[in-house]
Design a protein. Structure first.
Length: 255
């Protein structure tokens, strides 16, 4: 299931300005002076400078460092954070007060070890997080580096109450009389396919919308036979009388 191709970029987040789960309070009170800087998790050296009061920073090469006279880099203020539902640890280095001058990095075990294995604090928001909502539910999900999580109300508030990207005409549905779940990539067009448990869990376990029949589903019969065949996104099989009743006794069409 190609989750990345089904998601558009989320709306930009409004960062929280107070509380125990914020990142804003960790930002430096003033911008770092112009110069050369290092981060605690790697040997990369950055040049930081200001042009017309706006800050910039970029990683320099070894030759650029030599050409600059081998300056001793200063350590840039860095925080280590993670989401409570994920084991991934991120470093955020504050070159300047605006958030677009924060350097974010998802750490490998080696990078985390190099930094001294700092205990990360819980974050409400991490750069790169994308927030979205399926058309079949009011639930809000966040995706970061391939991990999807269904947010609680408090987690959504801690993220700054971002407006999720609305996945119009898409979502997860199931029949009232069958446990299988379908991903509907075109609800209006009645198009979808059955997903297995692992695929559903990987999507953050969205609560499916439940209906007697899903859009595009139908029942048919063959000439001269009383057997009914149900053809649908989540279920395709011969119907028992009870299943046909549960579906609302849909009139069969010729198969």
């Amino acid at each position: 299931m190609h989750r990345r191709t089904r998601r558009a970029l989320a709306a930009l987040l409004a960062l929280v300005t107070s509380g125990t789960l914020t990142l804003v309070t960790a930002a430096p009170a003033t911008a770092q002076p112009d110069g050369f800087y290092s981060v605690p998790y790697s040997g990369t050296i950055y040049r930081h400078y200001h042009d017309d009061a706006y800050g910039f920073h970029y990683a320099i090469t070894y030759q650029e460092w030599l050409d600059a006279g081998r300056p001793s880099p200063r350590r840039v203020p860095t925080e280590f954070v993670k989401y409570p539902w994920s084991a991934d640890i991120y470093a955020v280095s504050f070159f300047d007060t605006p958030s677009d001058q924060w350097e974010w990095k998802k750490l490998t075990f080696a990078e985390w070890s190099r930094a001294g294995k700092p205990v990360p604090r819980t974050a409400g928001w991490i750069e790169g997080s994308r927030y979205y909502q399926w058309a079949t539910s009011s639930e809000i999900f966040v995706e970061l580096d391939g991990q999807v999580h269904k947010l609680t109300f408090n987690q959504w508030k801690a993220a700054g109450s971002p407006s999720p990207y609305y996945q119009a005409d898409q979502g997860f549905m199931k029949l009232t009389w069958d446990s299988s779940i379908a991903y509907m990539y075109s609800i209006g067009g009645g198009s979808g396919y059955r997903v297995n448990y692992a695929e559903w869990r990987a999507e953050g376990s969205p609560t499916p919308k439940v209906q007697r029949m899903l859009p595009g589903d139908y029942v048919c019969s063959f000439l001269g036979s009383d057997d009914l065949l149900y053809i649908g996104s989540s279920f395709t099989d011969w119907l028992s009388y009870q299943q046909w009743k549960s579906a609302g006794f849909p009139a069969p069409t010729p198969c």
